[in-house]
Design a protein. Sequence first.
Length: 108
Amino acid sequence: MGTPSLEEFRRWLQTEIKEIEALDADSNIAKRLIQLESALQEAMAFTAAWEIRTESEVIPVIQEKAVRLLSSSDDFTEQPTVSGGICPSCEAEVEDDLPFCPACGENR
């Protein structure tokens, strides 16, 4: 097994919806059904938007640098230092022995 694809995610959502619909209705089941149906709609909208952008030769995803909220100097508390470095892409802490960022996957 590898990383699941978007198609596998949509199939899993459809299976979950089918199983939920077979249960006796209550408010929690109704809420879960709405969550699953919304997720399925978003997955289908994402696929359609990606295909449109690809066909139009528009880069579908532009990777932006992470935005960090800065606290005022009054709120600052010293963080323990970790051996390693900071990812230039997402600014997460990266251990020395890793050739990539565990948060975003950026190669060092």
